[in-house]
Design a protein around this ligand. Structure first.
Ligand SMILES: Nc1nc2c(c(=O)[nH]1)N[C@H]1C(S)=C(S)[C@@H](COP(=O)(O)OP(=O)(O)OC[C@H]3O[C@@H](n4cnc5c(=O)[nH]c(N)nc54)[C@H](O)[C@@H]3O)O[C@H]1N2
Ligand SMILES: Nc1nc2c(c(=O)[nH]1)N[C@H]1C(S)=C(S)[C@@H](COP(=O)(O)OP(=O)(O)OC[C@H]3O[C@@H](n4cnc5c(=O)[nH]c(N)nc54)[C@H](O)[C@@H]3O)O[C@H]1N2
Ligand code: SF4
Ligand SMILES: [Mo]
Length: 713
C-alpha cells in the first residue's frame, strides 16, 4: 500500500489497534517520514471528540526509545533482560532448527502457540498465527481470557446477535451500566449516554466501586461482587409478581417462561438483599424503574463474567429485556458485543480445517500449570511462541508462569513491540510494527463501523507486522500455502470478510481508502431495533429463558473464542435456567474480596511502561481499600502494604477511599512486574474457571491486606 509522502506534513487515516470496544478512527500526522501526532477523526460519529488518555500520544509509543526494533537473542539468564542483536536470517534459522528438532524428538504438539489481542485488526490480530501453527501440527491454544463466559451465556440466551447499537443509547430513557466502567473502558460511548441523560433518562451504575462512571450516574448501586445473578433474578421476580411483564412479547418471542417463573420464586427481594447487599427496597425500585421506563437499555461489561456465577449472571441479565419487551424500541435491549454484526471470514483466516485430527487443546489461562507439569502434558511443552499478549502480567498463577518462563529447557520466542516482562524471558525476540507502520482492517466489538488502517510511515528498524513475521516463518519452514504469500491488500479483498454480506453493501476496500471507515449497512441508530419482532438467532428463533444449548452442550466455549470458528465443545453440565451459585467457601483467613479492574491509563498491560500513562496511574501499583477496613489494619494512606491470598502475594501502595465498598479491595491490572518488586495482581488472583465458557474467576479472590512489604521482597 502507498506510503505517505515523507517530506510534506500530512495526515494518514488509521484505526486504533487496541482490544477496546471503541475502535477509534485515528488521524496520524506524519512529518518528514516520522509520526508526530495523532487525533480522533472529528467526522466519525462514534470516535468524535478526543482519543483516550492511553492513546492520545501514540506517537510516543511508535517512536519510543524502548521499542524492540531488531531480532534479539538472549545472552543472560532468563528474565534478566540481556540480549544481543541478530539478523532476521539468524533468528529465523534458529527458530526453524529448534522447532524442527523439538517436533522430531517430541512431536509437534510439544510446541505451544500463545496469543491474544495485542492488536485487534483482522490481518494482524487473533487469527494471524493460526494457519502457521496448524500447518506445524502444534498444540491448539484455547483463548478464553476475555468475554468467553459472557458470550457463551449471552448466545445461549439470544444467539450471536450484535444486540443494541451503542449509538441508539441516545434514545434510551433508562440505562443500566452493569459492571461496566464506561468512562475508562468504553469512553466514546459516554456521549450517547450523556445525551440520553440530558434528555431526561435515568442512568444507573451497578458496580461494587463508585467508579468515575458511577459518579456520573443518577443512581449508583454498590453490589457485593459476584452476586449479580441474584440481583437480576430478584428484578425478574418483582417484574413477574407486580404484573410488569410484556405478556405479548414473552408469549411470542421467548421459550421457557414457565420454568423460569418457577425458578424466580426462589429470589424474593429479602433473599436477594442477603446475597447481594442491595436492600430489598432498592431491588424493588430498580425492577420498577427498569420495567416501566421505556426504552430501557443495558450495557453489560466484560467484568461480570469473572466469578463462579458469572455466566448465569449474564443469562439472567440478558433475559430482562425480553421479559419487559424493551427490545421493541430503538434504544431498548442489551449491548454485549457488537462484533457479530461484522461478517468476518474466520474460517479462511484461521484455517481450523488444517488442525490435525486429535490435536490437543491447552487453555491459555493455564499457562503456569502447562509449563510446570501441572497439567501432566505428554509431550511436555518444549517450545512456546508468544505474540500479541503478555502472559507474565495478564494471566493468573503469575509465579508459576514465571517459573515456567524461566525453564532453561523451554525454547521461547516472543514477537513484541517492547521488552515486556514476558519478552525478557525469551530466547529470541522478534520485532513487530505498531499500527502506524502497518496495514490492517479493524472490526469492532463495541460499535458498528469498519475501519481501514493505512501505514503512515515505513516500519522502524527491522520491525515487521505479525503477518509478515508468520509469512517469513512459514517460508523458512517450507510451507507454501497461498495465504502465507498473499499481500495485505489481497487478504482484505479476498479473505478477511464476506464482502457479499448485506451489512457490507456499498463498502469495499476502494471506498474505505476514500473514507477511512464506514458504518455497516444497517438502519440508523434512531431506527435500529433488531429484535422488535423477535427473530433471535437461537435454535428456537426465540429468546431462550430456558436454554436448549445449555441442555445439549453444557458448559461450552463459543467458536469465536476456541479457534476463530472451530467446533463448539461440550463440557460440564450447566443449569439451563439462570441461577445464583455462591463461590466455594473459604476458611475465613482472607476476609476481603479483591477486584483487579482495568487501569484508566493502560490498555491491559500495554502502556504500563510508558512514563506519562504510568504517572497518570500514580506511578506504582495502588491497593485501594475502604478507610474503615484500613483503620482496622493500622494502614494509612500511602503506606506500603502486602496484598496476600491463598495463591500468593504482592507489594503495593495503600490508597484509602470510601469509593470502594467495605470488604472489597481494588487493585488494577496492568502494572509491570519489573519495577514492582517481582509480582503484580495476578500473583494473588484466584485460578480456575467460571461456570461457562472457561472464563477465568479472578474476581472471586479472597485476600488480606497488611502493612509493610512482604518478607520475600
Ligand atoms: N482504560 C482501559 N480500557 C479498556 C481496557 C483497559 O485495560 N484499560 N481493556 C479493554 C478490555 S480487554 C476489556 S475486556 C474491557 C473491559 O471493560 P469493563 O468490563 O468495563 O472493565 P473492568 O474494569 O474489568 O470492569 C468494569 C467494572 O466492573 C466492576 N465489577 C467487578 N466485579 C463486578 C461484579 O461482580 N459485579 C458488578 N456489578 N460489577 C463488577 C468493577 O468494579 C469495574 O468498575 O475494557 C477494555 N477497555
Ligand atoms: N487480574 C486480571 N487479569 C486480566 C484481566 C483483568 O481485568 N484482571 N483482564 C483479562 C482480559 S479481559 C484480557 S483481554 C487480557 C489481556 O491481555 P493481553 O492481550 O495480553 O493484553 P496486553 O497486556 O495489553 O498485551 C498485549 C501485548 O501485545 C503487544 N502487541 C501489540 N501489538 C502487537 C503486534 O502487532 N504484534 C505483537 N507481536 N505484539 C503486539 C503489546 O506490546 C502488549 O505487550 O488480560 C486478562 N487478564
Ligand atoms: S484504546 Fe479505545 S478509546 Fe483509546 S483510542 Fe483506542 S479505541 Fe479509542
Ligand atoms: Mo478483555
Amino acid at each position: 500500500m502507498a506510503i505517505a509522502d515523507p517530506t510534506a506534513p500530512t495526515e494518514v487515516r488509521g484505526a486504533c489497534p487496541h482490544d477496546c470496544p471503541d475502535t477509534c478512527a485515528m488521524l496520524v500526522t506524519v512529518e518528514g517520514g516520522v509520526v508526530t501526532g495523532v487525533r480522533a477523526d472529528p467526522d466519525h460519529p462514534f470516535t468524535a471528540g478526543a482519543l483516550c488518555p492511553k492513546v492520545n500520544d501514540y506517537e510516543n509509543r511508535v517512536n519510543s526509545p524502548d521499542r524492540v526494533l531488531h531480532p534479539l537473542r538472549r545472552t543472560g539468564p532468563k528474565g534478566d533482560g540481556r540480549f544481543e542483536r541478530v539478523s532476521w536470517d539468524d533468528a529465523l534459522d534458529e527458530i526453524a532448527e529448534r522447532f524442527t528438532a523439538i517436533a522430531d524428538e517430541h512431536g509437534p504438539e510439544a510446541i505451544l502457540p500463545y496469543s491474544y489481542l495485542g492488536t485487534q485488526g483482522m490481518l494482524n490480530g487473533l487469527a494471524v498465527g493460526d494457519p502457521f501453527f496448524h500447518r506445524l501440527g502444534a498444540t491448539v491454544g484455547e483463548r478464553t481470557f476475555c468475554d468467553s463466559g459472557s458470550s457463551t451465556a449471552y448466545t445461549m440466551t439470544v444467539g450471536p446477535t450484535a444486540g443494541m447499537d451503542p449509538e441508539s443509547f441516545a434514545h434510551s430513557r433508562c440505562i443500566l451500566l452493569w459492571a461496566c466502567n464506561v468512562q475508562s473502558t468504553n469512553l466514546h460511548m459516554w456521549k450517547f449516554i450523556a445525551q440520553a441523560q440530558r434528555d431526561g433518562a435515568t442512568v444507573i451504575a451497578i458496580d461494587p466501586m463508585r467508579t468515575r462512571t458511577a459518579r456520573r450516574a443518577d443512581w449508583h448501586i454498590p453490589i457485593r461482587p459476584g452476586t449479580d445473578a441474584a440481583l437480576a433474578l430478584g428484578m425478574a421476580h418483582v417484574i413477574v409478581r407486580d404484573g410488569l411483564l410484556d405478556d405479548d412479547y414473552v408469549e411470542r418471542h421467548t421459550v421457557g417462561f414457565d420454568p423460569l417463573r418457577e425458578r424466580l420464586t426462589e429470589y424474593p427481594p429479602d433473599v436477594v438483599e442477603r446475597i447481594t447487599g442491595v436492600s430489598a427496597a432498592d431491588v424493588e425500585r430498580l425492577a420498577r424503574v427498569y420495567a416501566t421506563t421505556q426504552p430501557a437499555a443495558i450495557r453489560v461489561g466484560v467484568a461480570i463474567e469473572r466469578h463462579h456465577s458469572g455466566g448465569q449472571a449474564v443469562r439472567a441479565i440478558t433475559a430482562l429485556p425480553a421479559l419487559t419487551g424493551a427490545w421493541r424500541h430503538p434504544g431498548g435491549g442489551i449491548l454485549q458485543l457488537t462484533h457479530y454484526a461484522f461478517p468476518v471470514n474466520g474460517l479462511a483466516m484461521s484455517r481450523p480445517d488444517w488442525i490435525r485430527p486429535g490435536t490437543r487443546v491447552v487453555n491459555q489461562w493455564q499457562l503456569g500449570a502447562a509449563l510446570t507439569g501441572g497439567l501432566a502434558l505428554d509431550p511436555p511443552v518444549k517450545a512456546l511462541f508468544v505474540y500479541n499478549t503478555n502472559p507474565a502480567v495478564v494471566v493468573a498463577d503469575q509465579q508459576r508462569v514465571l517459573e515456567g518462563l524461566r525453564r532453561e529447557d523451554l525454547f521461547c520466542v516472543v514477537g513484541e513491540q517492547f521488552l515486556t516482562d514476558t519478552a525478557r524471558h525469551a530466547d529470541i525476540v522478534l520485532p513487530n510494527t505498531t499500527q502506524a507502520e502497518q496495514t490492517d482492517l479493524v472490526f469492532s466489538w463495541g460499535q458498528m463501523y469498519l475501519t481501514l488502517n493505512l501505514p503512515a510511515v515505513e516500519p522502524l528498524g527491522e520491525a515487521v507486522s505479525n503477518r509478515e513475521m508468520f509469512g517469513r516463518l512459514a517460508r523458512r519452514m517450507g510451507f507454501d500455502d497461498e495465504i502465507f504469500a498473499m499481500s495485505d491488500e489481497q487478504v482484505i479483498r479476498d479473505v478477511a470478510l464476506d464482502w457479499s454480506h448485506p451489512s457490507l453493501e456499498g463498502i469495499s476496500l476502494d471506498t474505505l481508502r476514500e473514507t477511512g471507515w464506514a458504518r455497516l449497512s444497517i438502519p440508523p441508530p434512531s431506527e435500529y431495533a433488531p429484535h422488535a419482532e423477535g427473530g433471535f438467532p437461537t435454535p428456537s428463533g426465540k429468546c431462550e429463558l430456558y436454554a436448549s444449548l445449555a441442555e445439549q452442550l453444557g458448559d461450552y466455549v463459543v467458536p469465536f473464542f476456541r479457534q476463530w470458528y472451530g467446533e463448539e465443545q461440550s463440557g460440564a453440565p450447566v443449569d439451563p435456567l439462570p441461577a445464583y451459585v455462591a463461590p466455594p467457601d473459604d476458611d475465613g483467613a482472607f476476609p476481603l474480596t479483591l477486584l483487579t479492574p482495568k487501569a484508566h491509563a493502560f490498555l491491559n498491560s500495554s502502556y504500563g511502561n510508558m512514563d506519562r500513562q504510568l504517572r497518570l496511574m500514580g506511578g506504582s501499583q495502588p491497593v485501594i481499600l475502604h478507610p474503615l477496613d484500613a483503620a482496622e489494619r493500622a494502614i494509612a494512606d500511602g503506606d506500603p502494604v502486602t496484598l496476600a491470598s491463598a495463591r500468593g502475594s504482592m507489594h503495593g501502595r495503600a490508597q484509602l477511599s470510601a469509593d470502594v465498598a467495605r470488604g472489597v479491595v481494588v487493585s488494577p491490572v496492568g502494572f509491570w512486574i519489573h519495577g514492582n518488586a517481582g509480582a503484580t495482581v495476578n500473583a494473588v488472583t484466584e485460578i480456575g474457571f467460571a461456570d461457562m465458557g472457561r472464563a477465568p474467576v479472578f474476581s472471586d479472590t479472597r485476600v488480606e491486606v497488611s502493612p509493610g512489604a512482604p518478607p520475600h521482597l
